[in-house]
Design a protein around this ligand. Structure first.
Ligand code: GRG
Length: 618
């Protein structure tokens, strides 16, 4: 954009000025909502469903639709279990309930400043006050706020006339709240009238009108009187865009146009103008604003940035709402799919050239396995309120490590197995050297992922994730367990067998649980209970593995069975007999319930994992 020079151009004609209001365009809440849809498309793949306009701008909606977002009016149009984004305007509680009932995986992009108003309204309702909501009847934000409390608890007030028409006695305890995009001036007038009419009024502690609306209205107010035309770039549906046109008129500019893009500008309307002011709604993308500026410059206007308030607001990214009511098989499938996607993306060759090592790593880690360890990480993290995406990332790292241990375990120098997960083991499909190196690379990848800030934004949490895994698999963990398995003491006792099984299997399951607690940052008491749960689960899981080695079906289990007996390796079945081992594993699963009791319903799926561990046939 050109810089301002003098008052005339070279021919001596008075220069035509374009005053750019500051700030204008996107606010932090809008950027956050759009980023959530884009990230969902990237991470989960299209289609991602979006209920209603994510923000009130058709250009934004069209751009997201072109990337694979599917916009719907109601959740009934969304397939069960699909990834669904709820709009930045906020939704009634009934919509959140419906999302849970339909088992949708929701990203609720409600602007945090709208959520603040929701919280205030709920508090006022519980305090027994009738709520006067200053806003525009029918606007999605108002519909969402109304839906936070039972019907009748709120009256919507759009004007002084609405307030006058309200038949509430003056001694009613009331509270008022304001739509975040309402006119600052109009809301001040209505607020004052409420205070004058009612004796007991709870007013918002700080303004409900958001910083972006306030700043954009102040910025256009500051330049409106100088301008003989004002252009507001925004969508006709956008409430804050419409408010900007009203504020500009009220501040002294009679000629105001709301345009959604450059093509909508009427050159004739601008013909006689010497000074044009320009602003843009909080939902208007920068591209649209720039295109309008360029069009005005092409018509001879010279742009000048006005003084204005600098905005520094930043909001935390939107997190996926935990899925409440999926059954364990459905949940396993969802997590399996997300881990698969995550690993597939990481193991895509950046340069597109086929690499034997990469191919072998993909062979080892993709397209197989129950993902029990990943599931455990995700369920614990989710139960404790951690971010779902971080949990899937860490779960994927654990699955890399697990795949490595299976690849090395199958090598001729170890367990010497030709089949794994229903297909030839890695060294059979490739060769031994490739199997060793693919395993090594998967091990390195697991640590690389844990050290990546996608695991957790806090470096000290990442360091603890890395340290705990190193301890889990090293000289006192998995490697030792494998060593004890390869070189068992003659006539191993039941305790020695249990210790070996714990190190081979239990410690890694323990790590999965610990990783979930680290991601969520839970307290020591909860952590201790969950670690005890994981120890019992680990042992129960491994005992079932021993039982399956005796009674399982090779095609179902996906690996060679009856090896233990042939190799003379003593297992839990030798120590306790088949029935004894079965009883022991079932008792262990039942006592997992004691460790989870204090978590209540939240631990429902974790308990089901324990029950699955001792009844599984694969
Ligand atoms: C990691 C440093 C380092 C060394 C590894 C090779 C080795 C040392 C350890 C082997 C550990 C091992 C293979 C234990 C068996 C655990 C077990 C029961 C595996 C089967 O797990 P499932 O049924 O398999 O969860 P899926 O295929 O469903 O993932």
């Amino acid at each position: 954009m050109s810089e301002a020079t003098g008052g005339c151009d070279r021919s001596g004609a008075a220069r035509k000025r374009l005053l750019l209001a500051n700030p204008r365009g996107f606010c932090a809440g809008v950027e956050r909502a759009i980023a959530a849809v884009e990230r969902a498309l990237e991470e989960y793949g299209p289609p991602v469903y979006v209920r209603r306009h994510i923000v009130h701008n058709q250009g934004v909606v069209d751009a997201l639709a072109a990337k694979g977002a599917v916009f719907v009016r109601e959740l009934a149009e969304v397939p069960q279990g699909a990834v669904t984004v709820l709009s930045a305007h906020g939704v009634p509680q009934a919509v959140l309930r419906e999302a849970a009932e339909r088992q949708l995986r929701t990203l609720d992009t409600t602007c945090p400043l709208v959520a603040k108003v929701h919280g205030e309204v709920v508090d006022h309702y519980h305090a027994g006050r009738h709520i006067l909501l200053i806003g525009h009847q029918g606007h999605p934000e108002i519909v969402g706020t109304l839906g936070q409390v039972p019907r009748g608890a709120i009256s919507v007030i759009g004007s002084l006339e609405d307030l006058a028409a309200l038949s509430l006695p003056a001694n009613t305890s009331v509270a008022f709240a304001v739509q975040t995009t309402f006119s600052v001036q109009d809301s001040a007038g209505i607020g004052a009238a409420i205070l004058a009419r009612f004796a007991d009024v709870a007013a918002p502690r700080s303004s409900d009108i958001c910083y972006a609306t306030t700043n954009r209205q102040a910025a256009i107010e500051a330049i409106a009187a100088q301008a003989d035309r004002i252009v507001v770039v925004g969508d006709r549906l956008s409430s804050n865009a419409k408010r900007l046109t009203e504020v500009a008129r009220a501040a002294g500019c009679a000629e105001v146009a709301l345009v959604d893009d450059a093509a909508a500008l009427d050159p004739q309307w601008l013909d006689a103008a010497r000074i044009v002011g320009l602003t843009a709604a909080a939902s208007t993308p920068p591209d649209a604003v720039n295109a309008v500026c360029e069009r005005l410059e092409a018509l001879g206007f010279v742009a000048e940035e006005s003084e204005g308030r600098r905005e520094t607001a930043e909001f935390r990214p939107v997190a996926m709402t935990p899925i409440g009511e999926l059954s364990l098989p459905e949940r396993m499938e969802t997590v399996r799919r997300d881990i698969e996607r995550c690993l597939d993306k990481i193991l895509r060759q950046a340069d597109g050239r086929p690499s034997r090592l990469n191919e072998a790593m993909r062979y080892a880690v993709l397209g197989g396995g129950k993902r029990m360890r990943g599931l455990l990480t995700v369920l614990v993290a989710e139960m404790l309120g951690a971010d779902y995406r971080q949990a899937v990332w860490v779960a994927s790292a654990v699955e890399c490590l697990h795949a490595q241990s299976l690849v090395h375990d199958d090598l001729p120098c170890m367990d010497d197995d030709d089949y794994r997960r229903g297909k030839p083991s890695l060294h059979r499909r490739f060769d031994e050297a490739t199997a060793v190196l693919a395993g090594d690379a998967l091990l390195a990848l697991a640590f690389e992922m844990l050290a990546d800030d996608k695991a957790h934004p806090d470096g000290s949490v990442r360091a603890r994730l890395v340290l705990a895994l190193a301890r889990t698999i090293g000289k006192d963990g998995l490697a030792l367990g494998q060593m004890m398995d390869l070189y068992p003491p003659p006539d191993a006792t039941a305790d020695e067998i249990a210790r070996c099984e714990d190190l081979k299997t239990g410690v890694l399951l323990g790590y999965c649980v610990e990783a979930g607690t680290l991601l969520a940052g839970c307290d020591d008491e909860d952590r201790r209970k969950l670690i005890r749960f994981s120890e019992k689960l680990g042992l129960a899981f491994q005992i079932r593995d021993d039982i399956l080695d005796r009674i399982g079906d090779e095609s179902e289990v996906g690996k060679r069975l009856r090896k233990d007996r042939q190799s003379g390796r003593r297992t839990a079945v030798d120590a306790w007999g088949l029935d004894g081992a079965r009883d022991h594993s079932i008792r262990l699963a039942a006592s997992c319930r004691d460790e989870l009791a204090s978590f209540g319903q939240r631990a429902r799926l974790l308990q089901q994992v324990a029950d699955f561990a001792v009844t599984r046939m694969h």
